[in-house]
Design a protein. Structure first.
Length: 180
């Protein structure tokens, strides 16, 4: 299991950036409100679970969400490989939130070195299945596609996703019907 942690603060307090990422060309690299990231990831997993997408094993299974207690934070900080972000959690004004998701041992991020036509097709089929769960990923990038040792493709990181497709469909239909 993997715990994805979201500090409970707005973007103005978050000065950590990924500017060294060489594939940000043309992308907005400013960090949004971590509360919004948590909310979007939770909503996406609610849809993915409801529509059976997690059971198809093309996205991680989600085991739930939590608010971390001071005891949880203390245990995370005590881990030998705790990141700087985790070590900063005790200084947060509000307790961080977390999502428990499936961990994939020995997974590789999709890259030009491991992609094949079959893997590319599997990735597109998996993304289409995510869409059938009324989830738009919102951050389609190779860093969010894992290739497992059995050559299975898994989409990860749904904190930029959008699940409000009903409003878009309603608006589209109203535009079309108003033109008739």
């Amino acid at each position: 299991m993997l715990l994805k942690v979201f500090p409970d603060r707005d973007a103005l307090q978050d000065e950590d950036t990924d500017d060294d990422d060489d594939d940000n060309w043309g992308r907005d690299t400013s960090k949004p409100d971590t509360r919004a990231l948590f909310r979007r990831e939770c909503e996406a997993y609610a849809h993915l679970l409801h529509f059976g997408i997690c059971k198809r094993r093309i996205v991680p299974n989600c085991y739930g969400r939590t608010t971390l207690s001071p005891g949880h934070i203390g245990k995370l900080v005590a881990l030998p490989a705790a990141s700087d972000t985790v070590c900063a959690l005790p200084n947060e004004e509000l307790p961080p939130k977390g999502i428990l998701i499936e961990y994939f041992a020995n997974a590789e991020r999709l890259s030009h070195q491991n992609i094949t036509p079959e893997v590319a097709q599997a990735a597109l089929r998996a993304l289409n299945a995510v869409h059938t769960g009324n989830v738009l990923h919102g951050d389609v990038h190779q860093r969010n596609i894992l290739l497992l040792p059995d050559r299975r493709v898994v989409w990860i990181d749904f904190d930029c996703s959008c699940c409000d497709l009903v409003r878009e469909l309603r608006d589209a239909w109203s535009y079309v019907l108003n033109d008739w």
